[in-house]
Ligand binder design. Structure first.
Ligand SMILES: Cc1cc2nc3c(=O)[nH]c(=O)nc-3n(C[C@H](O)[C@H](O)[C@H](O)COP(=O)(O)O)c2cc1C
Ligand SMILES: [Mn+2]
Length: 526
């Protein structure tokens, strides 16, 4: 049974021993962030979801780190392993053509499953609208314990909102997680990166109402007061959902193509449609059982300084200019729970959301680039900086074909370091990868520099949003690739000697645990 709401997920976390409730009074000004950072990096089984029940100055509990481990992301997506979801996707995109009637019948559940995904509009009173605030003089954002994460942040940020917009031309809905800097009780920043779908919907509105050929405003780049205006005529409606059921929040972070409604994907993940309700002040729908919904709009020409913000790269991202989000209504459940997160030096909660994407999207990547055997987006590469990809190499310079393919695929286009290894290398073992990269690469021959779009958060490139990337071909080189020498063999001990030594291990006076470690360490065997 899919989680009815965030509370059902929290209950499950508690049941599984994955939740710590903190009743001690804490401040949402840096204190919650510091506690969470320590907990998410703790090595002694203390990495749990945290529920702060007593936040000084607010009567709303704060949930944080709810997705912050492999166990919890699997609990969130109600799966035993992320690879199980990948298998379901593989099954969907590669249906085996049925031959017999029995096979045809056995395909039915898959086909029926597809029909179950689209969200359903409910007409019963929605839990997320148990309390409705539309009077701007009442506490709106001021009621929410929005946390300040790092000392040099520009202020408090809503860090895990599911931001819902529609494409003004096609009406296709989009969900993305984009942070919101609180400016005051009724306004925030809208930090959607220009490459992301929310920003593209905003750009579509501008193109609809303006000279199409004009270059998009360079928001998200450097601060200039010239770009800030108060034109309120052209609006894009926005609803920001906080504390949806976990599949919706995850789906909003997933790199889906723009024409796929993330609610449909969430429905696929939870195997049940997401129940939606109409917003009270904008023409959008939100999950009926969400904890908090912030409704409002952004003006086409109104941009304001946003940031700096301690980001998931481990560095502060500098101030830039972004649209302003005006709140028209806040609706929430009775006694709402405020779900948030912090990002900073990895590993933190977002790493596990990213790992889920790495696993779940692998079959889709493989559908487009079938020679890809496996992929690791290491935490330290913060997803857009580094992809380690194992391929089944079939022809000279095959690795370069894969690099180019990856640089042309959705959010993979940001990959700054694309490292390609042979199929028998375990990409998840960074020590093995390092051995092969350091050993196999002739830097002049095997590194390919290209220029292209980069993640907005990349601080190394001289320009915002584009710069150079490198592909590193760490596969074994062939004579047909111009390698004149014979490629050496990796050293391995013969099986019979290994077995003999294992058997006699305790005779030598070593304890058996050492032996186990020794035997299971296949990391260098390829
Ligand atoms: C915790 C967290 C915070 C994020 N903050 C932002 C943000 O401020 N701006 C942004 O553009 N993307 C942010 N992202 C990434 C997007 O949510 C992600 O790339 C998503 O796929 C975008 O969806 P879209 O392609 O539908 O726009 C964040 C992701 C996570 C997990
Ligand atoms: Mn999208």
């Amino acid at each position: 049974m899919a989680y009815h709401d965030l509370r059902a997920f929290i209950k499950r976390l508690a049941l599984e021993g994955e939740l710590i409730e903190i009743n001690t009074p804490v401040s949402c000004d840096l204190e919650i962030a510091e506690i969470t950072d320590r907990i998410s990096k703790s090595k002694n089984n203390q990495n749990k979801a945290l529920l702060f029940n007593n936040v000084i100055g607010y009567n709303m509990p704060v949930l944080i780190n709810a997705f912050g481990s492999n166990t919890r992301i699997c609990l969130a997506l109600e799966t035993e392993s992320l690879d199980q979801i990948a298998e379901r996707i593989r099954h969907l995109i590669k249906p085996k053509m049925p031959e017999s009637l029995v096979e045809k019948l056995s395909m039915l559940p898959t086909l029926l499953e597809i029909g179950k995904f689209p969200p359903k509009l409910t007409h019963t009173p929605a839990a997320c609208q148990e309390v409705i605030i539309t009077n701007p003089d009442e506490a709106m954002l001021d009621k929410i314990p929005i946390i300040k994460c790092w000392p040099d942040d520009a202020g408090a940020f809503i860090t895990l909102p599911v931001v819902i917009t529609r494409d003004p031309k096609t009406n296709i809905r989009n969900l993305g997680v984009y942070r919101l800097q609180k400016y005051n009780n009724n306004t925030t920043g809208m930090h959607w990166h220009k490459h992301h779908d929310g920003a593209q919907n905003f750009e579509t509105l501008r193109r609809k109402t303006n000279d199409v050929d004009k270059e998009p405003p360079n928001y998200g780049t450097i601060f200039t007061t010239d770009n800030v205006s108060n034109n309120t005529s052209k609006r894009l409606e926005v609803a920001c959902v906080i504390g949806a059921d976990p599949s919706v929040t995850y789906a909003a972070t997933a790199p889906l193509p723009a024409d796929i409604d993330e609610f449909v994907f969430a429905g696929f993940l939870r195997r049940e449609p997401v129940k939606l309700t109409k917003c009270v002040s904008v023409d959008l729908e939100v999950p009926a059982n969400a904890e908090i919904v912030i409704e409002g709009y952004v003006n086409q020409d109104e941009l304001q300084v946003e940031g700096p913000f301690g980001d998931h790269t481990g560095f502060y991202s500098p101030a830039g200019i972004f649209p302003v989000f005006h709140v028209t209504a806040i609706t929430h459940r009775q006694n709402p729970i405020y779900q948030t997160t912090i990002v900073g030096i990895p590993p933190q909660e977002d790493c596990y959301l990213g790992k889920a994407t790495e696993r779940i999207f692998l079959p889709l990547l493989q559908m487009l680039v079938p020679e890809i055997v496996d992929m690791n987006l290491p935490f330290e590469g913060v997803f857009h900086n580094c992809a380690i990809i194992a391929i089944d190499k079939r022809y000279p310079y095959h690795a370069r074909k894969v690099m180019n393919a990856v640089w042309g695929l959705g959010q993979m286009m940001f990959t700054k370091f694309a490292i390609i290894v042979d199929k028998d290398i375990n990409v998840h073992d960074l020590s093995t990868v390092a051995l092969h990269v350091f050993g196999n690469v002739d830097p002049k021959r095997d590194m390919m520099m290209v220029d292209g779009p980069l993640d907005i958060l990349d601080h190394s490139s001289p320009m915002f949003g584009y710069g150079s990337k490198v592909g590193i071909d760490a596969t074994r080189k062939w004579q047909s690739e111009g390698h004149p020498k014979e490629w050496p063999q990796l050293i391995t001990m013969s099986q019979d000697i290994k077995q003999l030594v294992s058997k006699r291990w305790s005779e030598y006076g070593f304890d058996s645990i050492d032996n186990q470690i020794n035997l299971s360490d296949k990391s260098l065997i390829s």
